[in-house]
Design a protein around this ligand. Structure first.
Ligand SMILES: CC1=C(CCC(=O)O)c2cc3nc(cc4[nH]c(cc5[nH]c(cc1n2)c(C)c5CCC(=O)O)c(CCC(=O)O)c4C)C(CCC(=O)O)=C3C
Ligand SMILES: [Fe+2]
Length: 320
């Protein structure tokens, strides 16, 4: 193995009420997210005591990993910041680390932005170790097996009478349509990879089942088109079509962080309740043993080739 350390790279989240606004400012700096949206999201976090689950989920994953390397952890938007971690790695004599990013798919937000974050952190630390991002794992048998197990469990959690007719509703973070168009080496990769993962999970759980891929957690100004339909609108449409039960599968995420526990467990669940629809939400991969062992398997693969510079370009932002 060519690596002498593993670096887990994640989004980061607040861990107390006073962290929330500074964290959000970090997330949206220069990204044109309207103030009203920011205050709305602040309220989601404060409703959970100002604590996002994501940092503890990273600690749990790191605890569960079974790798023969020192493991480090750095975030994009909150402590421990990537730059501080890279500084520590350099001080510890790390020369070449593999980076496992807690995002499985191609797109500017889910891939390129993490690569840029890593480059920026390395640029700030003279003599920083080389850092090789491990490949996308959306279709890795470990990720798929974990999601299939969790989808099966969610299906079984529905009342028996609701199981046969339950639709599988896969969800992922919406992104601007322009970002979706340019995702991956040839464009369209974010949506195509999500569809592939959803199809693989469905095939393992119940090959004949009807499923959809929909979007959640839309941000940005209303004037910019994002991927649709939103999960809540989709539940209404399904109800109109006579569907009375759904298994919601957050295939676009790897842990039950705020977008999952607020946007699905509160918002989508409230919508299903209002409609009189049975909803069961599948857990994300989290610390499922097959997801955990996948990380070791990725480390043992030949070193991945770095994405081309033109892959998943940053969105062009017009001054407002
Ligand atoms: C594709 C994607 C993923 C999946 C891949 C990955 O996991 O990286 C993801 C994950 C996450 N997104 C998260 C949180 C937020 N995302 C925001 C805003 C945005 N997300 C975007 C995309 C994505 N986001 C985009 C295009 C924006 C607009 C601003 C911009 O162009 O960057 C905002 C701003 C407020 C708002 O929601 O408007 C927040 C607070 C958290 C942490 C949750 C927690 O704290 O537990 C996680 C894991
Ligand atoms: Fe996000």
């Amino acid at each position: 193995m060519p690596y002498d350390a593993l670096l887990v790279v994640s989004f980061g989240g607040p861990e107390k009420p006073d962290d929330v606004m500074p964290f959000l400012e970090n997330v949206v700096r220069g990204r044109g997210v309207p103030r009203e949206r920011l205050l709305e999201v602040e309220a989601h976090y404060q409703g959970f005591g100002g604590v996002s689950p994501i940092n503890q989920q990273c600690r749990d994953l790191i605890e569960a990993l079974d790798v023969d390397l020192p493991v480090y952890w750095g975030n994009r938007n909150w402590h421990p910041f990537l730059e501080d971690t890279v500084r520590q790695m350099k001080a510890d004599g790390v020369r070449k680390a593999a980076a496992f990013v807690t995002a499985a798919y191609s797109s500017y937000s889910s891939c390129r932005q993490y690569l840029d974050d890593i480059d920026r952190a390395r640029a700030a630390v003279p003599g920083a170790p080389e850092i090789v991002k491990l490949r996308h794992y959306y279709d890795h048998p470990g990720f798929i097996a974990a999601m299939a197990d969790h989808t099966r469990a969610a299906l079984e959690a529905l009342p028996p009478a609701d199981r046969d007719g339950a639709r599988f509703v896969f969800t992922a973070h919406s992104i601007p349509v322009s970002m979706a168009r340019t995702a991956g080496p040839a464009g369209g990769a974010y949506e195509a990879q999500l569809r592939k993962a959803a199809a693989l999970v469905t095939e393992q759980v119940d090959a004949g089942r009807s499923w959809d891929l929909v979007w959640q957690s839309r941000s940005g100004p209303p004037s910019v088109p994002w991927l649709e339909p939103d999960v809540c609108d989709h539940l209404e449409a399904l109800y109109e079509d006579g569907v009375r039960s759904v298994v919601v599968v957050p295939i676009g995420f790897v842990s039950d962080h705020m977008e999952v526990v607020y946007d699905l467990d509160i918002e989508a669940a409230t919508m299903a309740d209002k409609l009189g629809m049975a909803l069961s939400r599948a857990a994300t991969a989290g610390t499922h043993p097959r997801f955990v062992s996948m990380v070791s398997e990725l480390l043992a693969e030949p070193e991945p080739v770095r994405c081309a510079a033109t892959c998943c370009p940053a969105p062009v932002r017009r001054p407002s």
